[in-house]
Design a protein around this ligand. Structure first.
Ligand SMILES: [Cu+2]
Length: 139
């Protein structure tokens, strides 16, 4: 593959070589920022919905406060372990959420925490009275 490309480049005239080089540099440059973005590690938060309650990151606290870092890329995954119940996990203040999922299913969303976030809470849309908790921000 590479030698074939090299042979083609060698066969080019000087001007087409320059053109090829410019095009190659331009396209590579255009793609580099996207590669860097996608490699930024997102903080993983795992939430389970069970018995009309949220649990986070394997902890046993009911509807625990979830700590987020301003400016950080975060991926939230909800697993619904409530047989016969429909749940979602959303942060309305940021306009993000998993959408409603059935028992036994998982859903994720990735978002960037605002640099200067307003107070926020998380909630389940169909059960907002019972299934809700605070979002805290690292200083
Ligand atoms: Cu719910």
């Amino acid at each position: 593959m590479a030698t074939k490309l090299l042979r083609k480049v060698r066969a080019m005239t000087l001007y087409s070589r320059i053109a090829f080089l410019l095009l190659f540099t331009a396209t590579t440059g255009a793609f580099v920022p996207h590669i860097v973005d996608s490699r930024e590690p997102a903080e993983e938060i795992r939430v389970v919905a069970k018995n009309m309650t949220y649990y986070a990151n394997g902890g046993g606290d009911a509807n625990p406060a979830i700590q987020l870092t301003p400016g950080r890329l975060v991926r939230v995954t909800l697993r619904n372990e409530d047989r016969g119940m429909l749940h979602d996990f959303g942060i309305p203040a940021f306009g993000v959420g998993t959408g409603i999922i059935e028992y036994g299913k998982e859903a994720s969303f990735t978002f960037r925490v605002p640099d200067r976030p307003a107070p926020a809470s998380y909630t389940c849309t169909p059960h907002s009275a019972m299934m809700t908790g605070r979002i805290l921000f690292t200083k």
